[in-house]
Design a protein around this ligand. Structure first.
Ligand code: ATP
Ligand code: MG
Length: 422
């Protein structure tokens, strides 16, 4: 079963508005085992919209239209679907009465145009919209196929405002779709890895996932991580789950500890979980990341049991004041050095009375021209991890701009911690 989503509205063809409804609709359709093969955005233009609907009817079994059900002249969806399918539109008296009642309740006269919202496609079922005035429409129909034989098409018309579209799709459309589709169950798995090139992940995992043509595999890269999404649709939930688990387990075996999450958890969630399992308390000292690592760790619910806090030690004075780093050490080696990363990790651990101290110091950019760190390359980052007995410091050279260096530094810090806790 293939679906096409048509987002109607000229505003989405400007740089100012995005079509987000289709993301919601896609997730819902996928849950039912329906793949979205095409998405179209079309302006409020009769010819363009009718043309887009005709094309969609030829290439998809389910066509979902969002928007253009309002009362104004540029709300054309009903008329264009009618034209594309050569169907009549008629006024639904109950809907018209409902709309009239709304105006009476507000002591306003109903503009004649609002009657357009009570126009129903021949053969369509109205979907009551408790959050707005335009009802949705559900049309289960047949059109002649390429060989002249009739083919079934489901056409769904939904209002554009997300707070109307979402509940209407969930409560009225999903049950209808589920009832009219053969029983199909969808299973998903998400594996996440950090700081490995996408090409390397693909080279190592493609020979595995290619053995599973019934599982749709998607590799997504961004923000220092690689995600492997597996999706499978089968007649029973057990079959679908067994297949995604089978491929995921083989990939996990191949990638080993490079995988930080085998069920979609974020890196910060995993790190906090691991600290919790070992009953450890973490403090951090952040220089070039300015609190970004703390922000990520504290975003995890209940993190405070294991992530205690720390300090943003951006200026050298605060490295001295808050972590007890000797001022002479900074003078001699520079703030971005193995020695200062070590002193920061040890200092913050002690001052916060924690089991672990984690530090980040680096050149996020631009490069410095004076002082002890002058000439050190942009992207040079040292990360220190102290546990009271031993302190490890690692050096990284992170490519990219300031924002990327800062983000990746937090990824490296969390990965270093995770590997230590394995
Ligand atoms: P209305 O009765 O409000 O006119 P409508 O069904 O005609 O409803 P539109 O006029 O197309 O819908 O859109 C109304 C508002 O809904 C838009 O201003 C926009 O904010 C939002 N909207 C429309 N389509 C989308 C979309 N695809 N994604 C996100 N928001 C949308
Ligand atoms: Mg409108």
């Amino acid at each position: 079963m293939l679906a096409e989503i048509i987002a109607v509205g000229s505003e989405m063809l400007t740089p100012h508005r995005q079509d987000t409804n289709s993301l919601y609709l896609t997730a819902g359709l996928n849950d039912l085992g329906v793949s979205v093969a095409f998405k179209t955005i079309v302006g409020d233009n009769r010819h363009h919209l009718t043309g887009a609907i005709i094309i969609a009817l030829h290439r998809a079994d389910i066509v979902v239209l969002s928007g253009g059900l309002g009362p104004t002249e540029d709300d054309l969806t009903r008329e264009c679907v009618a034209e594309a399918l050569s169907l009549e539109l008629h006024t639904d008296p109950t809907t018209l009465l409902e709309i009239q009642k709304r105006f009476v309740a507000r002591r306003m006269a109903m503009p004649p145009n609002n009657a357009r919202q009570a126009m129903v496609l021949e053969g369509a079922e109205l979907l009551q919209n408790p959050n707005g005035s335009a009802p949705g429409q559900w049309l289960d129909t047949v059109i002649p196929g390429p060989d002249g034989k009739p083919v079934r098409k489901v056409v769904i018309l939904l209002p554009g405002p997300p707070k109307e579209l979402k509940p209407l799709f969930d409560t009225a459309c999903k049950p209808r779709l589920a009832a009219s589709l053969p029983p199909r169950f969808l299973a998903k798995r998400l594996l996440r890895m950090a700081l490995i090139p996408e090409s390397q992940v693909d080279a190592r995992t493609a020979p595995i996932y290619q053995l599973f043509p019934d599982v749709e595999t998607t590799i997504l890269a961004g923000s220092g991580e690689i995600q492997l999404h597996f999706l499978c649709v089968k007649p029973t939930a057990e079959e679908a789950e067994a297949r995604v688990n089978e491929v995921a387990e083989l990939v996990e075996r191949e990638m080993g500890d490079d995988i930080f999450s085998s069920h979609g958890e974020s890196l910060e969630e995993i790190v906090v979980l691991m600290l919790g399992l070992r009953d450890l308390k973490l403090a951090v000292a952040e220089s070039c990341t300015g609190g970004l690592l703390s922000e990520r760790l504290s975003s995890v619910v209940n993190a405070s049991r294991n992530f205690h806090g720390g300090a943003v030690v951006y200026a050298s004075e605060q490295k001295v004041n808050l972590c007890g780093v000797p001022a002479e050490l900074i003078e001699e080696k520079g703030a971005v050095s193995v020695e200062v990363a070590r002193a920061l990790a040890e200092g913050i651990r002690e001052r916060c009375c924690c089991s672990l101290g984690l530090s980040i110091t680096g050149i996020a950019g631009p490069a410095l021209t004076e002082g002890p760190d002058a000439g050190k390359p942009v992207g040079l980052v040292y990360i220190g991890l102290a546990d009271g007995e031993d302190t490890q410091v690692k050096q990284f050279q992170i490519p990219g701009d300031r924002e990327r260096v800062r983000l990746w530094a937090t990824m490296h810090a969390m990965e270093m911690l995770r590997h230590t806790l394995l």
